[in-house]
Design a protein around this ligand. Structure first.
Ligand code: ADP
Ligand code: MG
Length: 353
């Protein structure tokens, strides 16, 4: 099955039409076979967007399409969707195989096909040997695999995952992340909408990331685009670490703390206020192009790196440099630099949506 997802100006309000807008005119397309992450802080409307696709909330306005089909008015079980939520929500009194078979019965799959479909789905998530166990006899990670198998058993064209790893501890999470990436390679036709507030999950798994804030889509692009060329301050700060430094814009350069820095200024008028975004790991210690002189206000040892906080013209610039034998002392004057192509200029007041 080859079916993408399309939000066409979808608005969801809770508590009637004059109620609280949880999703504000979302326009977003997930291509067939694409993994789209919905990334944003808690309360930004991610789950609401997912529930609109699943059919658990009815948009106040706008349409939801799965493939070419307008599903806005269809009940959930007729949308051909698999869904996995944060709390693995298995039926405790049913065995693993019975849990996986559950959705198939609702879909009216012929009885004779059920055992094979269940076995296939469990095999897909590496849980074939656990079919006769009860959920309480499984670890959290194993339960979540079963929940994924249950979602996949109906062979959905669309898989919705709502923070599926957030109940797992850090180590399990990274293993499951690799599992999900493998699963996606084995099911290249399934479109996946993956809700998370964790930028590492989004950067690792997604073909594209849709950044949400306050009920609105702020930005959308490949992980590399959003990381290297964020369009908004919100994206820059939410996807990766960023120095966001107010600067005065000149012709092909900006000024910061008395220093003239070369960066591309396309699209930002000279004289305008703007924000310079530079990733801390792209800031080097020592002289170089776009040099900044300042005083060290804080030094953090982070194992492989040192993070230096350096005050430059009243602003603090963060630099992540390879672990130093002799890190600078607090109050010491140092020179930082970054390559012109590593600076991204953001016009003030740009918001997405
Ligand atoms: P996220 O998944 O990004 O954390 P949600 O989509 O769950 O955000 O919620 C978006 C907004 O809608 C929040 O302000 C939340 O409090 C509100 N909200 C979510 N579900 C309901 C509900 N059933 N009734 C009323 N308000 C809700
Ligand atoms: Mg949520």
């Amino acid at each position: 099955m080859n079916s993408g997802i399309r939000f066409d100006s979808v608005t969801v309000t809770y508590g009637g039409h004059d109620g609280h807008t949880a999703l504000d005119a979302l326009d977003l397309t997930v291509e067939p076979g694409e993994v789209m992450a919905l990334l944003g802080p808690s309360g930004s409307g991610k789950t609401t967007a997912l529930r609109a696709v699943a059919g658990f909330v009815r948009p106040a306005s706008g349409r939801v399409f799965i493939g070419d089909r307008d599903v806005t008015a269809l009940p959930p079980h007729r949308r051909g969707i698999g869904m996995v939520v944060q709390q693995y929500a298995l039926f405790p009194h049913l065995r693993v195989d019975e849990n996986v078979a559950f959705g198939l019965k609702a879909q009216k799959v012929p009885k004779a096909d059920v055992p094979g479909r269940v076995a296939d789905a469990l095999e897909l998530v590496g849980m074939g040997a656990y079919a006769k166990r009860y959920p309480r006899e499984l670890s959290g990670g194993q339960q979540q695999r079963v929940a994924i198998a249950r979602a996949l058993a109906i062979r959905p064209g669309v898989l919705l995952l709502d923070e599926p790893l957030s109940a797992l501890d850090a180590q399990l999470r990274s293993g499951m992340l690799a599992e999900l990436a493998r699963l996606h390679r084995e099911l290249p036709d399934v479109s996946i909408l993956y809700v998370t507030h964790d930028q590492v999950e989004a950067l690792t798994l997604a073909d594209r990331i849709a950044v949400m804030d306050r009920a609105r889509l702020q930005d959308c692009g490949t992980p590399q685009e959003l990381y290297r060329r964020p369009r908004t301050e919100f994206t820059a700060s939410f996807v990766g670490n960023a120095n966001l430094l107010p600067v005065a814009v000149g012709e092909g350069s900006v000024s910061l703390g008395g220093a003239e820095l070369k960066v591309a200024t396309d699209g930002v008028a000279a004289g305008a206020a703007a924000t310079l975004c530079v990733r801390p790991h792209l800031v080097g210690l020592g002289p170089g192009p776009n040099a900044l002189t300042g005083r060290v206000t804080e030094v953090q040892w982070r194992g492989a790196t040192h993070r230096l906080f350096v005050e430059v013209g009243g602003q603090v610039v963060k630099a992540d440099v390879r672990e130093l034998r002799q890190p600078p002392l607090l109050g010491e004057e140092v020179v930082l630099h970054f390559a012109p192509e590593d600076g991204v200029l953001l016009a003030a007041g740009v918001r997405g949506g």
